[in-house]
Write a protein that binds this ligand. Sequence first.
Ligand SMILES: [Zn+2]
Length: 416
Amino acid sequence: MTANNTILRMRDRIAAEAKAYEADIVHFLRDLVEIPGESSHEGPAIQRIRQEMEKVGFDEIRIDPMGNILGRIGSGRHVIMMDAHIDTVGIGDPAEWKWDPYKGKVEDGYIYGRGCCDQRGGMASMVYAAKIIKSLDLHGDYTLWVVGSVQEEDCDGLPWLYILREGNIRPELVFITEPSNLRVYRGHRGRMEIEVHMRGRSCHASAPERGDNPIYRMVPLVQQVEQLNTRLRNDPFLGKGTVSVTEIRSLSPSLCAVPGACSIHLDRRLTAGETRESALDEIRALPAAAGAEIEVLRYMQPSYTGLVYPMDKYYPTWVLDEHHPAVEAGADTWRVLTGTEPIVDKWTFSTNGVGSMGTCGVPTMGFGPGDESVAHSVNERVAIDHLVKAAQFYAAFPLMYVHAAEHASVASAAVR
Ligand SMILES: [Zn+2]
């Protein structure tokens, strides 16, 4: 019997089971919303997730030295790791919020609050997917790891560099549960944080001719960056690469002195085919960049456990082929569960996929509850119906994936 048939036969029971856990999912997510957890402060939220994993009956629960939590279901051959970063951004100006961002208000079928959409909702749905797998025996030849990762908002990809390079689990698929509006996503643009520094010679501003003002040399460079943005390449799926000057600053002994240094910060979004080196070469080639120092920033913040795992702020573009078995399994899971056609697309923002696939090359895709447009906003909310549907999806997907992966390897063996 194929996975499609198994899931099709079980479809109504999966839906009923997910609906039966709706109150638990809501309760768990509201508890999480009540625990602030900005990057490097996720410890209490991780402990709350451990509690729920224990309650649901995961086969094994680990917290690694960085502080990521990993819960295992099953011990089959195909290893799938599903990720929800559980840190959130801050709340900004509290006066901007119409309700308490740390209360998890429930209204009109939505949960409101910081982090409910981006993206602790994914964690709530995953934990109850594991419960559904256990209660309906949707086990197969797979091992499912449910991962709550840390520090993503500060440095997307970093926890996955750590898990994949320093851990001992070798997944064949990483599955991201960032909000996708229940669409199957298979990539997004990459990004880089670049600074360009100009050195000059400071002097008393009453006699500027004695010095060398680096601001005057930075101005043409800023204009050339603006022009460069219009020439960057476009990709039909991912969209256009972009570059923006997001900060300019100078270093001067006084406002009555010519500054000795001037720096700009560049936010670079990378489309398909653009890399760290190609992006840096474009800046180096600007006429006004002669003599400038160009730097890719580096992330060095310790995690909440105190672990420092430095990483350059280069977050490579990634796209999984639309015919990859994981993408097909994702699309089929949606078809079988809903009887409707899935939307297969990409994220606008960046995710941990820059680490798992962009840097480490592990096939990555995703699907998540919530509308990505409310992430990081004071209107952050997630539909309870999305949480329940995502739990169904995560419960059904592993079996569908095993089937697609084995079918694909049989097909490629036949071609050979
Ligand atoms: Zn996120």
